[in-house]
Design a protein around this ligand. Structure first.
Ligand SMILES: NC(=O)c1ccc[n+]([C@@H]2O[C@H](COP(=O)([O-])OP(=O)(O)OC[C@H]3O[C@@H](n4cnc5c(N)ncnc54)[C@H](O)[C@@H]3O)[C@@H](O)[C@H]2O)c1
Length: 266
C-alpha cells in the first residue's frame, strides 16, 4: 500500500497566508511588531492587539508601507472576556504580550504576580479558547506562544515571569494534543534575550537586584549563559513564528523552538 503524501509539493515551502487572519497580542512591542509585520508580509490580515494605541498606529503605518494589512485593536488583556471575544474567527494566533518585574520573592508585590499570570497565562488560555471553534470548524489553525528560555529554565528574581512561562508551555502542549485531530498545531518559541524595550527596561532593575553597575548587566547577567554573545533581534524570532505557521511545519506540534544562542546547551 502506498501511503499518500500529507505534504505540499516539494519546494512549495514559502509562507503564503493570503486569505488568512492572524491575531498577534502585544503587537505594539518589539517582538509582537516584528511578528505582525512578518505575517502581514506573508499576506495575512493581521489583527494587532495591544493596550498601547500609539504603538499600534505606528505598526499599522509600517504595514501599509510594506503593502500589508494590520488592523489595530486596542485592548487591555486583563479584560479576559474581551480577549476571548477578540480571538473569534482567527486562523493564526500568536500569544506574545508580556510584562516583567525583577524582584526577590519576599519583596515581590502579590498584585503584580497576579497581573503577570493574568496577562501571560490566563489571557492566552482565553484567546485560545476563543480561537479554537473557528479553527476546528475549518480543520486548520496555528497557535504560536511566545515563551522564553524562562519557560524551560528559571532565573532568580523572576518568580512571576518564570511561573507564567512554565505554565504557558503546559497550556501549549495541552492545546497541541486537543488540536491535532482538528488540524490545529500549537507550539512555543523560546528566545533568549531579545533586543526590545522589555529588555532595555529591565537593565536598571537587574543592576539593583545584582548590585552591579548597569553597563555590566548585559555581559555579566543577561548574556552570562549564552554561548552567542549578542541579543537576538525581534525579526529572528518572527521568522521562527513564520516557520511554525508554514506549510512544512504541520507535523511540528506540542514542542518548543528554542532560539537561545546555546544557553540551554549548558
Ligand atoms: N525581550 C526579550 O528578551 C524576550 C525574551 C524571551 C521572551 N520574550 C517574550 O516576548 C514577548 C514580547 O516581549 P517584548 O520583548 O517584545 O516586550 P515589549 O515590552 O517590547 O512588548 C510587550 C507588549 O505587550 C503589551 N502588553 C503588556 N501588557 C499588556 C496588556 N495587559 N494588554 C495588552 N497588551 C499588553 C505591551 O504594551 C507591549 O507592547 C513577551 O511575552 C516576552 O516575555 C521576550
Amino acid at each position: 500500500m502506498t501511503v499518500p503524501r500529507a505534504l505540499p509539493a516539494p519546494h512549495a515551502s514559502s509562507l503564503d497566508l493570503g486569505g488568512r487572519t492572524a491575531l498577534v497580542t502585544g503587537a505594539a512591542g518589539g517582538i509582537g511588531r516584528a511578528c505582525a509585520l512578518r505575517l502581514a508580509a506573508a499576506g495575512a490580515k493581521v489583527r494587532a492587539v495591544d493596550r498601547d494605541a500609539t504603538g499600534l498606529e505606528s505598526l499599522a503605518e509600517a504595514a501599509r508601507d510594506l503593502g500589508g494589512t494590520v488592523e489595530p485593536h486596542v485592548l487591555d488583556l486583563t479584560d479576559l472576556d474581551a480577549a476571548e471575544l477578540a480571538a473569534a474567527g482567527t486562523d493564526v494566533l500568536v500569544n506574545n504580550a508580556g510584562i516583567q518585574l525583577v524582584r526577590p520573592i519576599e519583596e515581590f508585590p502579590p498584585d503584580v504576580f497576579h497581573t503577570v499570570l493574568t496577562v501571560m497565562l490566563e489571557a492566552p488560555f482565553r484567546l485560545i479558547r476563543g480561537a479554537l471553534p473557528h479553527m476546528y470548524g475549518q480543520g486548520w489553525g496555528r497557535i504560536v506562544n511566545v515563551s522564553s528560555v524562562h519557560g524551560l529554565r528559571a532565573s532568580a528574581y523572576k518568580s512571576a515571569y518564570v511561573a507564567a512561562k512554565h505554565g504557558l508551555e503546559g497550556l501549549s502542549k495541552t492545546t497541541a494534543l486537543e488540536g491535532a485531530p482538528h488540524g490545529v498545531t500549537s507550539n512555543c518559541v523560546n528566545p533568549g534575550y531579545v533586543r526590545t524595550p522589555l529588555v532595555e527596561k529591565q537593565i536598571a532593575d537587574q543592576a539593583r537586584a545584582h548590585s552591579l553597575p548597569e553597563e555590566r548587566v548585559l555581559s555579566e547577567v543577561l548574556l552570562q549563559d549564552s554561548a552567542v554573545k549578542r541579543l537576538i533581534e525581534p525579526e529572528e524570532v518572527a521568522e521562527a513564528v513564520a516557520y511554525l505557521c508554514g506549510p512544512r511545519a504541520s507535523f511540528v506540534t506540542g514542542t518548543s523552538l528554542v532560539l537561545d544562542g546555546g544557553w540551554t546547551a549548558h
